[in-house]
Design a protein around this ligand. Structure first.
Ligand code: 6PG
Length: 252
């Protein structure tokens, strides 16, 4: 496989991806706290980041983060109670947040137990309370995104109206193509406030979506998210395992 482009880091497998992602979180949060005095880290949902969260919870790495200067938010949530196995926040808490000294008031969870529209309004207010990058857009120093096989990210699915929302930071999603059907998601307008975006993908099933997003299919939600970050002067890194990268390596 040829040398990956500069914005792509390819590692051997899912375990190496977890290690690389966890170490990147420590480094990116350090830079962000250094620059602004505090930082907001927006977690991604799904299964791909869980091993990295667990790796970061291990003592040798978690000590590298100034948790009292970090706010942890989440990019999207399924409308289930936090104790439900499908809860993105619940899974991230079990893997990481329950094991680090992050102050309670700096845990910015989407209230998945509420109806989607109310939870979206609630989180719009939460994001509205963060330091701004530009007028009305919160500064999100470190953001992680997973990728779906169809090229979705957050709960923004291809061809859906939520992808086009520009007048809100957070939207409710109903009848989502990936269960559960009711969800709450950051919008591409919120993504414009991202300073450092890390897109994580592992496994051959993601290769086509990654290749498409980095090449022939700039309309895919994850491609548009990456473009929005770059357009606002942020940096984008794709952290891929070899199986997810194989198709992508040859494009761009
Ligand atoms: C969700 C996620 C979603 C996820 C992708 C990839 O709530 O489902 O936030 O955007 O990141 O679907 O999911 P996997 O990592 O499980 O493949």
């Amino acid at each position: 496989m040829s040398e990956p482009p500069p914005d792509v880091e390819v590692v051997a497998d899912a375990a190496a991806l977890a290690e690389a992602a966890a170490r990147r979180a420590v480094a990116d949060l350090e830079v962000a706290v250094e620059a602004h005095g505090s930082a907001t880290w927006v977690l991604t949902g799904g299964s791909t980041p869980l091993a990295a969260y667990r790796r970061l919870a291990a003592s040798d790495l978690r000590a590298g983060v100034e948790w009292d200067r970090v706010r942890v938010a989440i990019g999207d949530e399924r409308c289930v109670p936090v104790g439900h196995p499908d809860s993105n926040w619940g899974q991230a808490a079990a893997a990481l947040l329950d094991h680090v000294p992050l102050p309670q008031h700096q845990r910015l969870r989407i209230r998945g137990e509420l109806p989607a529209d109310r939870a979206a309004d609630d989180y719009q207010e939460v994001l509205g309370g963060l330091p701004e990058r530009t007028a009305g857009v919160p500064r999100l120093e470190v953001v992680w995104l997973g990728v779906g096989e169809d090229g979705h990210c957050l709960s923004l699915f291809p061809g859906r109206p939520e992808v086009e929302v520009t007048d809100r930071l957070v939207v409710a999603v109903h009848h989502a193509p990936k269960p559960p059907p009711d969800r709450v998601s950051l919008t591409l307008a919120a993504v414009a406030g991202v300073e450092r975006l890390l897109v994580l993908a592992a496994g051959a099933a993601k290769a086509a979506a990654v290749a498409g997003a980095r090449g022939a299919d700039p309309g895919l939600p994850v491609a548009r998210a990456a473009a929005a970050v770059r357009a606002a002067g942020g940096t984008v890194t794709w952290l891929l395992d070899r199986a997810a990268a194989d198709a992508a390596g040859r494009s761009r």
